[in-house]
Design a protein around this ligand. Structure first.
Ligand code: DOR
Ligand code: ZN
Length: 332
């Protein structure tokens, strides 16, 4: 059995820089037609020169593969309207990190004061620049996302014309917020569709499944699966594929991030197939995203076949999710 996906998109991707980019860039470009590129480099992408330079380095890493780069800036509350106008054509979204919440987010936002945020969020609304948010408080790790939901709601209410993407949602609380506000959308990762905290820490600790936000409870995973498998019109696939070298994962002080880019479509096909929902995969990996972001990616058809695929132990220095295990779908 085979299925064809038209222009599959990864709406949340970390490609890093330098040698790591050389390893992981081509892998994403082999599976996907385009991706939203996260700006959490060191230093983060906060100006036009660094955004264009990064885009060029990605393009040189992926060579002649067709892959549309949807670039983002790292949110700063003091971006001026003139600055945003000057960069608008190169920009697909702005990514907001609460300060210190995850990898390379030290320069993120402390506090969500609506009056302080009003100028930039009004400008973003007027210029149709979506705001992507890593929605976690610095509370107890299992509650960080659900504690953040009131912040999403406050932003959605105060800025009804702003497109707000709740990134990598992991809880039923976030799923429930989706239908309450017209301007709230979400990305969902592969790993949060498949694992719970039990898989990370219920037995021997699994560093390659450790990420932010941490995987949650069974009822949360069920809620995520439900909206993904039905391809709810407000959810999109975003891998949050976040490569770290093996020695930064298998050590005390394990870095957060699950590397899934090269196995994501195969594992999604397996999940949707098992649930008899293969017909909804196209909407989850492409149609919803194109409508929400108003984008038209590079034409690329990816054919998937129900044929075993043994996930490599490593890609360069990075250990992928499901390393050494067999998936039931492969890319032709
Ligand atoms: O687990 C994560 N890793 N979560 C994030 O939000 C960032 C990412 C990274 O950049 O490594
Ligand atoms: Zn991310």
């Amino acid at each position: 059995m085979q299925i064809k996906l038209n222009n599959p998109l990864d709406m949340h991707l970390h490609l890093r820089d330098g040698e790591m980019l050389e390893t992981v860039g081509p892998l994403s470009a082999d599976s996907f037609s385009g991706a939203i590129i996260m700006p959490n480099l060191l230093p983060p992408i906060t100006d036009k020169a660094s955004l264009l330079g990064y885009k060029q380095r990605i393009n040189s890493a992926i060579g002649d593969r067709d892959f549309t780069l949807y670039m983002t800036l790292f949110f700063k509350p003091d971006y001026s309207r003139d600055f945003l106008l000057s960069i608008r054509d190169e920009l697909t979204a702005i990514k907001l990190y609460p300060a210190g919440i995850t990898t390379n987010s030290e320069g993120g936002l402390s506090g969500f004061d609506i009056d302080e945020l009003r100028p930039i969020l009004t400008t973003m609304s007027e210029l149709n620049i979506p705001l992507c948010i890593h929605g976690e408080t610095n509370g107890f790790v299992m509650d960080r996302e659900s504690e953040f939901v009131p912040v999403y709601e406050k932003l959605a209410k105060n800025f009804p014309d702003l497109t707000i993407i709740m990134e990598h949602i992991t809880t039923k609380a976030s799923v429930d917020a989706l239908d309450k506000y017209d301007n709230l959308y979400a990305t969902i990762t592969l790993h949060h569709l498949l694992i719970t905290l039990d898989d990370v820490a219920g037995g021997m600790l699994q560093p390659h499944l450790f990420c932010k936000p941490i995987a949650k409870r069974y009822e949360d995973r069920d809620a995520l699966q439900k909206v993904a498998l039905e391809a709810h019109p407000k959810v999109m696939f975003g891998s949050d594929s976040a490569p770290h070298p093996q020695d930064s994962k298998e050590c005390p002080g394990c870095a957060a991030g699950v590397f899934t880019a090269p196995i994501a479509l195969q594992a999604l096909a397996e999940l949707f197939d098992k649930n008899d929902k293969l017909n909804n995969l196209q909407a989850f990996v492409n149609t919803n995203a194109c409508r929400i972001y108003n984008i038209i990616p590079t034409e690329k058809t990816i054919t998937l076949e129900k044929k075993p695929f043994v996930v490599p132990d490593k890609y360069g220095t990075v250990v992928p999710m499901f390393a050494g295990q067999e998936l039931s779908w492969s890319i032709v």
